[in-house]
Ligand binder design. Structure first.
Ligand SMILES: [Zn+2]
Length: 217
């Protein structure tokens, strides 16, 4: 889960030294392809969706993870959309799905940007949800590009799936709270996976690819 910690009084914020090392691509764990299904259930304009995908793709590339494809899925009323929906098949081991929705009524934490269903076994988590309205409002408030913020949120939540963990480190993309100061400054390492996270994700993808090959062959 990802929450936004907004404190307008910047004097209350502590700027901590970043210890999150930018990721390298020269790790021995080979690349493996990941496919992300996107359920745009709020009708986001394609320009914003493409910006989000470019952002997420860039973040994963720096972690040595290749997003081999994005699938546009309809969701919702299957009876009326089945003909146009490219996602009627079962989710494969090398796929994950991201639902883009509005924050549900009575949602307990108004600052949550998204959450993921993380299964206890590696390689089996596949569903994340992000809240388009909260992301849009946050982007507007801090004069950020909404597609970029959406892409960072998607990368964070898919990170939970590939890491098979709900854990949050103190620094980097997988930190729990994106504080006001980090949204306003432009520090590259705030929006990257750590080296160890990148390695874990690639290992997860290798296992998923193996499972995919077994399911096909
Ligand atoms: Zn999280």
């Amino acid at each position: 889960m990802l929450t936004l910690r907004v404190r307008i009084a910047s004097g209350l914020l502590l700027v901590r030294a970043l210890i999150c090392t930018p990721t390298a691509t020269a790790e021995p764990i080979p690349r493996a392809d990941l496919i992300i299904r996107t359920y745009n259930l709020v009708g986001l304009p394609s320009r914003q969706l493409h910006a989000a995908r470019r952002t997420a793709q860039s973040i994963f590339e720096k972690a040595g993870v290749t997003i081999a494809g994005w699938r546009d899925c309809q969701g919702g009323d299957r009876s009326s959309t089945a003909a146009a929906d490219d996602c009627q098949d079962r989710v494969r081991p090398n796929e994950v799905a991201v639902r883009i929705v509005r924050t549900p009524p009575n949602w307990p934490n108004p600052w949550v940007l998204g959450f993921s269903h993380v299964a206890p076994h590696a390689g089996t988590s596949w569903l994340s949800t992000v809240f388009a309205d909260q992301i849009g409002e946050t982007a507007s408030r801090f004069h950020l590009d909404p597609g970029t913020l959406l892409g960072r949120t998607v990368a964070h939540e898919v990170g939970h799936l590939l890491l098979a963990s709900t854990r949050h480190p103190d620094e980097g993309l997988m930190r729990a709270n994106w504080q006001t100061i980090s949204l306003r400054r432009h520090v590259r390492t705030d929006w990257l996976f750590s080296r160890s996270e990148a390695s874990q994700m690639r290992a997860d993808l290798v296992a998923r690819s193996r499972a995919l090959a077994e399911s096909i062959g």
